[in-house]
Structures are given as C-alpha cells and as structure tokens.
Design a protein around this ligand. Structure first.
Ligand code: IMP
Length: 499
C-alpha cells in the first residue's frame, strides 16, 4: 500500500495569474493550434488542429454530422466504437466523403418521395433543402432541389410526389465537375445561390457547394482537413475486437484512432497498440485513460500516439462512486504532464496529452491548457448542441438534449469497462439531459474568444508558450465563492417578482 501525499484537485480549484501582456499579444495573434499525435520533440506533429477541442468517443456526441461540423471549426471528432464494425466504418466513410467546400450530399430523396416524407426529413435534419436524385442517393442522377418553402402541408397534400413541387435541374444553376472552389463560390454569390450542385458529365451529382460553408470558412478559417481537403476524423476502438475493427476503420479512411477505455493502464491496451504498430505502422492510435505518470509512461512506451487523462470526472460518470477509482482532473494532469515532459527529454519523443472528462466551462478549458494539456475532449459541452445525434426533449418549456454515459445501462458499452465479457454487471454512468445550446458554430466563437482572452491576460500567443509561462494557484472555497457575480441578478429578480 502507498499513500500519495497531497490533495487531489479539480480544474475548478485553480485560478490563473496574469503575466505581462505584450504589444502583439492580441486575440487576432493568438494561435490555438495543437499537436494531436507523437512527434520528435524538436519537430512538428504530423496531425495538428487549429482548435484544441475534440468530441468524446460517445454515441450521444460524435456522429458524422458532429464530425463535419467540428472539423469545419478546426477541431476533430472521434466516432464511437460501441456499434458494429461495419456501421462505425460507414460513419467514418461518410465524413471522409466530405471535402471542405465540396460536400457530399447527405439529404437526398427520389422524385417519387412524398411531400410528407421530405418535410419529415428536413425537420429531422434541421435543414431547409433536400436534393432530388434518380435513386435518392447522394450520387444518383441530379433531378432538382426541394426546399422547405417550395410547399406547405395543408395547402399541398402530404402524399403529393416531390416531383410536383421540386425545382427541376433545368431551372437551376449548376456547375461541372472540374469547377474550382474559388469559381464555385463566385458563382454562389454572383447568382445569389444558397446551394450550387456540382454535376458530372453523365448527369450524376458529384457534390454540393453551400453558401453556409463559405461563411463558416470565413468565420473559422482553418478547417481540419487532410491533403485532399477531406475532413479529418478519428474513430474509437476497443481492446477486444481490434483485429477486426482497426482494418475496417483504416480502410474507411480514419485519420486517427483511439482506444476507448475507462482504465487504460492495462496490458490489453499495450497489446492493441502493439498490434497496430506491427500491422499499420503509419496509423496513429491514442490510448487511455490514465491519471498518473506511471500510466502515461506505460502507454507512451507501448507506442500511443497521444494519451488521454481522466477517470471519474465525466459529467455522466459514476465510476468514482461505484469503484472508488479516480483522481481530481487537475492533479492527474499535473502528474501526467510532468511525465510527458520527462519522457520527451529522455527519448526525444513528445506524446501529446488530452484532458478528458469534467470540462464544462471555458475557465476549465483554459486551466487545463495552462496546466499543459495539448487538447481537450468534451462530451457534455458538445452533447447539448444541434449537431449532436441525440434527441431534443422539451420539459416545462425548457429544451434539452439527451446525454448518456457509455457506462450507463442505456449504452451497455461492455468493451469500455473491464467488468466481464458481455454485459455490464453494474453501471458506471447515467442517462441524463443537458440544456440545448443551439448550433456548435454559434457556440464555438464565444468559447474561442474566452480562451484567447485568458491567454492575452497571461501574455501567451501560443499554447506552447501558455504551458511554459502560465502561473496558476489553487484557491480555497472562500475565494472560489467570489468567482461569480455577488449581487442578485436583475433578470432573476424580475422573473421572481413576476411569478
Ligand atoms: P464530459 O465532457 O464531462 O461529459 O465527459 C466525457 C467523458 O466521460 C468521455 O470522454 C469519457 O472519457 C467519459 N465517459 C463517457 N461515458 C462514461 C460513463 O458512462 N462513465 C464514466 N465515464 C464516462
């Protein structure tokens, strides 16, 4: 038995001190780009992202839609592994079909589909327009577009075929397959289009260019893309069926893999990493989760591309209560980061660290980055957005999204928890709700602005400089109690008075 001295601290227990802010340390000059995979300590990581945020390997969080939306904003998603191999590979393929600027069409109908069906489809996807193709697929012969405002159920019968109300291809501006993105965008603006279909010589749909994507590109600037401009996407794997799952995911085009486990300090992870290193030396696979330097060194030595830190802090997690396993996230990070830096000095290899679980606010994100995390994995924060795959639920006029843990009865993700072979003997997570926060693309600019503002105060223009120069201090409860507003909020007083 060994007792670790010291206090196991959470991210929320820290505050940052300002450092001297230089003339060039302004939000426009702050570079939030981060390395995702191992690299020579004096070199560049082969996979970097402009935004150090990735979405959790969870069914309620990371769908192809989330992966595309997050990659557009400069981050990255990990498709979850608690599903059959073929389905996960399909999800990866769906993301890889999308090139920045040129999208594969996801919302397609046959001309014989009814207005009722298309209305349902548009509502479910939260979109305004669907594509009509001969066979209802994204690469069928392009026949036209049908928009939300092309029909009104009540005026137009729900069983009327789409062909009666669609805008036929002959009346639409389209482009040939060789058009450049620049020319396509010019056409969008010159012709006042929202959607430009790109059509092959044989009439089949090749891609869509969307005004929305152009605006997003201007807003976020650095999408996460591969050499062919396809969005980057990660995929979760487990330590049981990796011999089947890894080849399928690699064939589908996954850019990164990550073992998905509540406790990564195990020979199973080592075996999985060694299998990948032997069969697919060019594939990057992260591992975790660990909470101390021993766990980090074990996984780094086994070849992990990055190491994920955090046990028990997740918002849907009950591992600490059920098993007594875990550690305050800040203390875990401090220990692991120390080991990461020692490992880099000793071996010349820098293995990035991902802070995973229990991060809900920008303040916690900034503290995690200041402590040395290279990037942050978020579940709850992204689960609440429009792009997450879970259902919206309205209770007493308030809108929520469903969010459940991979260790909950609902997910039954037995491969993530080493409890036995098939089923979970007891849950390590809950099935809950989080407030609906709207589009990821409306939330992220605020998040980015807050992190950058913190870095400005701390006088750091890069994450590396932030790691090296940040000054943090744990604060007692009495100090923390003054972190928020100290007066009654006007809107709440008004609401209470009115009720
Ligand atoms: P959040 O960002 O606080 O919601 O935490 C998300 C993280 O919690 C995930 O990335 C996982 O590491 C972890 N996690 C996911 N499902 C469960 C669960 O059921 N029990 C414990 N931890 C979980």
């Amino acid at each position: 038995m060994r007792i670790v001295d010291g206090v196991s601290r959470s991210l929320n227990e820290f505050l940052l001190h300002p450092n001297l802010t230089g003339e060039n340390c302004t939000p426009e000059n702050i570079d939030l780009s981060a390395p995702l995979v191992r690299h020579r300590a004096d070199g560049q990581s082969p996979v970097r992202v402009a935004l150090p945020l990735v979405s959790a390997i969870m069914e309620a969080v990371s769908s192809p839609e989330m992966a595309i939306a997050l990659a557009q904003a400069g981050g990255l998603s990990f498709i979850h592994q608690n599903q059959p191999v073929a389905r996960e590979a399909d999800d990866v393929r769906t993301v890889k079909q999308h090139k920045a600027g040129f999208r594969h069409s996801d919302l397609n109908v046959k001309p014989s589909a009814t207005l009722g069906e298309v209305s349902e489809l548009l509502r479910g996807a939260g979109q305004d327009v669907a594509v009509v193709t001969s066979d209802g697929t994204g690469d069928g012969v392009f026949l036209g577009l049908i928009r939300k405002d092309d029909f009104f159920l009540g005026r137009h019968p729900a069983d009327l075929p789409v062909s009666e109300r669609m805008r036929p291809a002959a009346d639409l501006v389209t482009a040939g397959p060789s058009i450049s993105l620049q020319d396509a965008n010019t056409l969008l603006w010159d012709q006042r289009l929202d959607v430009l279909p790109v059509v092959r010589e044989d009439g089949r749909l090749a891609a869509l260019v969307l005004r929305r994507d152009y605006l997003l590109h201007k807003r976020f600037a650095s999408e996460s893309v591969d050499g062919e401009k396809r969005f980057l996407v990660g995929a979760g794997i487990n330590t049981r069926d990796y011999e089947d799952r890894v080849p399928a995911l690699v064939a589908a085009g996954a850019d990164l893999l990550c073992t998905d486990s509540s406790d990564g300090y195990s020979v199973w992870q080592e075996r999985t990493l060694k299998f990948i290193a032997a069969r697919y030396p060019e594939v990057h696979c992260g591992a975790g989760n660990v909470i101390d330097g021993r766990g980090f060194r074990f996984l780094a030595a086994a070849g992990a591309a990055f190491v994920k830190v955090g046990i028990g802090g997740g918002s849907i997690c009950t591992t600490r209560a059920q098993k007594g396993i875990g550690r305050g996230q800040a203390t875990a990070l401090i220990d692991v980061i120390r080991e990461r830096d020692a490992y880099a000095r000793e071996t010349g290899w820098y293995v990035p660290v991902c802070c995973d679980g229990g991060v809900a606010t920008e303040k916690e994100m900034s503290v995690a980055l200041a402590l040395g995390a290279d990037f942050i994995m978020l579940g709850r924060v992204f689960a609440g957005t429009r792009e997450s795959p879970s259902r919206k639920v309205t209770i007493d006029g308030k809108v929520f999204k469903e969010y459940w843990g991979e260790g909950s009865r609902r997910a039954q993700n037995a491969a993530r928890y080493g409890q036995g072979e098939e089923d979970l003997a007891f849950p390590e997570g809950v099935d809950g709700l989080v407030p609906y926060t709207g589009s990821l693309h409306d939330n992220l600019p605020v998040t980015i602005a807050k992190i950058k503002a913190t870095m400005v105060s701390c006088g750091a223009t890069t994450l590396r400089a932030f790691h090296e120069t940040a000054v943090l201090e744990p604060v007692p409860d009495a100090t923390a109690s003054q972190n928020g507003a100290q007066v009654m909020m006007r809107d709440r007083v008004a609401a209470a008075a009115a009720s």
